[in-house]
Design a binder for this molecule. Structure first.
Ligand SMILES: O=P(O)(O)OC[C@H]1O[C@H](OP(=O)(O)OP(=O)(O)O)[C@H](O)[C@@H]1O
Ligand SMILES: Nc1nc2[nH]cnc2c(=O)[nH]1
Length: 175
């Protein structure tokens, strides 16, 4: 493991944030049963923790992965599902997209567009972390865990070259 990791958000702080987010979601979804959609790979640990704190009955849990974009200017029309969502599975559903981090906003806005195309009854975004310093596309985060500075983070599902996803806390990767 790389030694240049500086703790940013501890396991217990993450747990508190996740509980608060679940409480907000419970408050908003009384008498509704949302479909929770996790965007892979980064959100898988956050998603697993979040759904276990949500008391509201969840109708369905879906996972998907977008094709990566090499050029940030690529149009949303060219984004492909690498691992999908079946056609129409979100139609008329109350959908919550779960993201680990919104940075430039490109991934999330593309994901939201793809989900919206299935005509959900409602669509909300829950993101553990927001890094607004490098935003290129505006993204409305309905349920936000924490805003962070312009630092590259790893752990708790997030990676650098597929490393560090297993770490239970969130660290800043220092060069
Ligand atoms: O706001 P953006 O600048 O688009 O960055 C945020 C995205 O980047 C990461 O995913 P990544 O593409 O690294 O894939 P991964 O989730 O499989 O690690 C993260 O999980 C977000 O989905
Ligand atoms: N691991 C990781 N992935 C990202 N994708 C966009 N921003 C980040 C970040 O800070 N860390």
């Amino acid at each position: 493991m790389n030694q240049n990791l500086k703790l940013l958000i501890s396991e217990s702080e993450i747990a508190d944030i996740v509980k608060q987010l679940a409480q907000q979601i419970d408050k908003d979804y009384v008498n509704r049963s949302p479909v929770v959609v996790g965007m892979l790979k980064g959100s898988f640990i956050f998603l697993a923790d979040l759904i276990r704190q949500i008391q509201t009955p969840i109708k369905n849990i879906e996972l998907f992965r977008l094709s990566s974009y090499s050029n940030a200017t690529v149009s949303s029309g060219e984004v492909k599902m690498l691992m999908g969502l079946s056609d129409g599975i979100l139609s008329k559903q109350d959908v919550i997209l779960v993201e680990d981090i919104v940075d430039t906003g490109l991934s999330t806005s593309m994901a939201l567009q793809l989900l919206k195309a299935q005509n959900p009854a409602s669509l909300k975004l829950c993101a553990l972390l927001d890094k607004p310093a490098r935003r290129r596309v505006s993204v409305k985060i309905d349920y936000l865990g924490m805003t962070i500075g312009d630092r590259f983070i790893v752990g708790y599902g997030t990676d650098v070259k597929e490393q560090y996803r297993q770490l239970p806390a969130i660290y800043v990767l220092e060069e």
